[in-house]
Design a protein around this ligand. Structure first.
Ligand SMILES: [Fe+2]
Length: 270
């Protein structure tokens, strides 16, 4: 009984804020020499809103800043939307984060398209967030790409939202360059239309399931393909998926699934 109570207390009061920093080698074909050894730090699913502690998120972003990353990427769900003030709160929080030395880029998640009651389809919310984040130097990739010292970073709008354009995104920039795609919902990788894309795909959305018990499926899992709960997955077609477990949550509970900051270390693939 005591062990049960302790586990419950940890799940509700300790584990949701027990951030793990995960280092992942990221080999990329034809990576320019100047980017070898550089880092991409990924954060995801902040869910600024009524539930996630603002102090906790601030500490997470201070930790990101302390790594002095070359590139910072944010893979969506900035807010749990219940009104326009949430956007301003998220922007204010991120304005204090040290930007990446080379770039800070981001994409939309489903919660950045309004509330669940509205079916995550409110373009105005996503557009407002985009404008305000662009204003503080966080470049939003909305079905577009940007090239950073010979590395192509692409970003597609959320899979559940009304504005995702995978083919338009993949046609952006120089496809011959080493490529990293930001794609909030990992289920998107199973859709047709990826063509000859080769490279890494960085996702979030799942929160790693938030709670994992032995021999049980996570109770909170908003994806169809359960191969994509968390971590690295090699996909057909020379694509590598990485699913970050996120920082925030919709309900304040985690068990055996720490929130995550990922540090990718760039190298040239053999
Ligand atoms: Fe999320």
């Amino acid at each position: 009984m005591t062990a049960c109570a302790a586990t419950g207390a940890w799940a509700f009061w300790g584990a949701p804020h027990n951030v793990e920093v995960v280092r992942v080698p990221m080999p990329l074909r034809d990576l320019p020499e100047s980017l070898t050894g550089k880092t991409i730090v990924q954060i995801s699913d902040l869910h600024v809103g009524a539930i996630v502690s603002r102090d906790y998120l601030r500490k997470c972003l201070e930790l990101v800043s302390s790594f002095e990353p070359d590139i910072v990427v944010v893979t969506g769900d900035f807010v749990t939307y219940d009104g326009p003030a949430r956007i301003d709160e998220a922007v204010a929080l991120l304005a204090d984060m040290q930007p990446g030395m080379l770039a800070t880029v981001a994409i939309t998640g489903n919660h950045d398209f309004g509330s669940s009651r509205g079916g995550f389809t409110n373009r105005q919310v996503a557009d407002s967030l985009t404008e305000k984040l662009d204003g503080i130097g966080i470049r939003m990739l909305r079905n577009s790409a940007v090239e950073i010292e010979g590395l192509r970073l692409l970003g597609v709008d959320d899979f559940w939202g009304p504005t995702h354009e995978l083919e338009e995104t993949l046609a952006s920039g120089d496809a011959e360059k080493p490529s990293v795609m930001l794609c909030h919902n990992p289920d998107f990788v199973d859709q047709p239309g990826w063509g000859n894309f080769r490279g890494w795909i960085l996702s979030g959305h799942t929160h790693g399931g938030q709670v994992r018990l032995p021999f049980c499926k996570p109770p909170i899992l908003p994806i169809r393909n359960h191969a994509y709960i968390a971590g690295k997955v090699e996909l057909p077609g020379d694509r590598t998926l990485y699913v970050n477990r996120g920082l925030g949550y919709l309900q304040k509970v985690r068990l055996n699934v720490s929130p995550e900051i990922t540090i990718f270390e760039l190298s040239r693939a053999a």
